[in-house]
Design a protein around this ligand. Structure first.
Ligand SMILES: O=C(O)CCC(=O)C(=O)O
Length: 217
């Protein structure tokens, strides 16, 4: 494992997952993604300051727990228009987030309430943004990365944009002063598939899960 902080409170742990663990998580997420109502679908974003034109930044996405609605940027108990609650967050995923935080960014409380699953193909990207739709802006965000590496842009302590490469089988944490940093994704490096992903990410895609506490309690 390689642990580093490209800026204060932004922690990256490379090689966090073994090939076997990665295969396990990818199978679990893929199974949930198959559900015709609660599974993967295309996000439609409204234009914002960073994204002038609506576009599909990720190929497909789904939420576990609370549903973040790309149309109004709010969290909902049910998927708007369907009146169906998303899949609950699997207990083992909640346990994993706790384990990661205890080791790399200890906080007093963390209650995962929403997991956003983003599936990126070679031509996907994500515009610069701040994760500010959660009423709770103190709780850290825990990201799990599988499959291909990506070019990741982030704002440093002095407001300048920097970029680095985040590989599959890694974990990142945006906590404390990094919780509201601007960030976004450029290219997906489709020749860099991390071990354990081959069976599920057959076209060398990238899968990211961000685990969030949305509410103050
Ligand atoms: O895919 C990633 O690593 C970033 C996802 C992201 O920016 C977000 O969910 O807010």
């Amino acid at each position: 494992m390689k642990v580093y902080s490209p800026r204060r409170d932004f922690i990256i742990v490379e090689d966090y997952f073994t090939a076997r663990q990665a295969a396990h998580w990818l199978r679990l997420v893929t199974e949930l993604g198959h559900d015709p109502l609660r599974g993967y679908h295309h996000p439609e974003l409204r234009p914002n300051r960073f994204h002038k034109a609506p576009k599909y930044p990720v190929k497909k996405f789904m939420c576990l727990g609370l549903y973040w609605n790309p149309k109004d940027y709010r969290y909902h108990e049910t998927i708007p228009g369907l009146d169906v609650a998303p899949h609950p967050i699997p207990e083992e995923l909640t346990a994993l987030a706790g384990l990661i935080l205890r080791e790399y960014f200890p906080v007093e409380h963390f209650r995962p309430q929403s997991v956003m699953v983003n599936f990126y193909t070679a031509d996907s990207s994500m515009g610069l943004h701040v994760d500010k739709d959660e009423p709770n802006q103190e709780a850290p965000i825990v990201g799990l990365n599988f499959g291909s590496a990506c070019r990741f842009f982030f704002e440093n302590e002095t407001g300048e944009m920097r970029d680095l490469r985040i590989p599959g089988n890694s974990v990142y944490i945006f906590g404390g002063t990094a919780r509201r940093m601007r960030h976004g994704l450029g290219s997906i490096y489709a020749k860099t598939l991390a071990p354990g992903s081959e069976e599920v990410l057959i076209n060398k895609e990238r899968l990211n899960l961000t685990i969030r506490q949305v509410l103050k309690t």
